[in-house]
Write a protein that binds this ligand. Sequence first.
Ligand SMILES: [Zn+2]
Length: 253
Amino acid sequence: MPPITTSAVLLRTYDYSETSRIYRFYTERHGLLGVMAKGIRGRSAKGSASLATFVTGHLTVYVKPERDLHTMKDFEVVNGRGRMGTHMLRFGGASAVGEVVSAHTDREPNSELFETLERTLDRLESAPPDVLAAVSLSSLWQVVGALGFSPELGVCVLCGTALDHEEVGRFDFPAGGMRCAACAADGAGPRIGPQARRTLGGLVDGRDDGPVTFARRHLSILSDFIAYHVASRPLKSLQFLGDLLPPDEVEPS
Ligand SMILES: [Zn+2]
């Protein structure tokens, strides 16, 4: 069977033996792909010997149907994203984005997800440090959206009433969105005031050009939403990202 070539983003690398690695890619044509690269370790002087995480390129691979692991023939780097390591939040945000993409259970190719992954990684690599918390949260919400899950923020998920501009409701994780004040009377779920709801809506819509207040609280909402709707296991990278975000009691200057 001849190899196929597809655009691919490297999400994770595992050492397999002295001379081999396993790469986990998200590819444009085949979705998630685990790929064995043989005989490449220990030749870093050649440049192509090892690939940095979050690199995008053209992957040429022998895909075997019904197999979990495929064989890499070649990888041509298109975008190395060499600045991802210049700030912990860039790397932390990108790692979380990569883990969400890896953890979702739908294995069908998703060109919108591929495009969103590319766009959010580029943004994480280049955004100024003071907005990286917002960029990380927004990137994750956009990836979650590309996977087909978006929170309902404008209309109560129980009674269908449009939420008032100044309404204080609560987030209902199983239902995937806001409960109005009347339906939130039982006190379940985190309380969301008008400002928090506006911030959340902005992050979901990709508005990430300012500092975000209460970033850790927003990550907690995002993490619980992901746990209910996207991933069937806890994601370590979200916890790691939480440790990198500014503590909530400190207001951004
Ligand atoms: Zn309601």
